[in-house]
Design a protein around this ligand. Structure first.
Ligand code: FPP
Length: 248
């Protein structure tokens, strides 16, 4: 007799349409084991694969991970290189995700990345553009302030060319020119839930515009130790929150 599969979440759980994750704690995970920091990033990349798949299983529609910030270039060159190498390797094996019907997009200023990486990113975006189960956004050389500055520059060009009057600029227009709205015909909705592991409780320039009404979930678990059950816990905590968006 076939047994019914146990649901992953309690009945009635509201699953956020868009989850953002700040993958923090890789360095401390390695340090605790007496290993160089890059081993923490390697394990963090593994966790990223597992958790992305699980987000799709839970019914999340947009899943954004903060892989490398505009400020992370300040790290030692060998650590930056290790992260870029992991990213490069991931792009090579990403066909697995494509098979899983996951669309992959990148947000951030890619002009500063290695040309070979930029090429791979463009080809992964093109090859996965018709996949519909979930959109995975990888934030790389991403900064929320940089993203807002980018949007404002686009609008300033329109003003300069006489197509837009300054008094007609709305917050909606700023939102429409953010990286999250430039996904080749698609636009990621504002983020509903931001998860930050490793005990830190700050946003660190991550989706600062899109998180205006986001719920935050913090946990002391270091990212490399983060498990599918931890994602479920975060979603259940989100589901219990009362979001009012400024209303009563
Ligand atoms: C923050 O932890 C983590 C990063 C800056 C890098 C995240 C990168 C990966 C998980 C791997 C590459 C990504 C992909 C998409 C394959 P930290 O180094 O600040 O940790 P610490 O606070 O403990 O020092």
């Amino acid at each position: 007799m076939a047994t019914a599969e146990k649901p992953l979440l309690p009945p009635g759980t509201k699953v956020p349409a868009h989850i953002g994750v700040i993958m923090d704690g890789n360095g401390r995970w390695a340090k605790k084991r007496g290993l160089p920091r890059k081993f923490g990033h390697r394990q963090g990349a593994q966790t990223f694969r597992t958790i992305t798949r699980h987000a799709k299983k839970l019914g999340v529609k947009y899943f954004t991970v903060y892989a490398f910030s505009t400020e992370n270039w300040k790290r030692p060159a060998d650590e930056v290189e290790a992260i870029m190498d992991l990213f490069d390797k991931y792009l090579d094996e990403v066909r697995d995700f494509i098979e899983e019907n996951i669309r992959i997009c990148f947000i951030g200023d890619r002009s500063m990345l290695r040309p070979s990486l930029q090429q791979k990113m463009a080809s992964v975006e093109a090859d996965s553009r018709d996949f519909t189960a979930m959109t995975l956004l990888i934030a790389i050389n991403y900064g929320g302030r940089d993203e807002i500055a980018h949007s404002v520059r686009v609008l300033a060009e329109q003003v300069k060319s006489g197509r837009l009057e300054p008094q007609d600029i709305t917050d909606k227009m700023i939102g429409e020119n953010l990286y999250t709205a430039q996904l080749d015909g698609d636009c990621a909705p504002d983020v509903d839930l931001i998860i930050r592991p490793s005990g830190e409780q700050r946003l660190s320039n991550f989706m600062i515009w899109q998180s205006a009404y986001a719920e935050f979930y913090y946990t002391n678990i270091l990212w490399p130790d983060f498990k599918p059950a931890d994602l479920e816990k975060a979603v259940i905590a989100y589901s219990d929150r009362n979001r009012r968006f400024g209303g009563v």
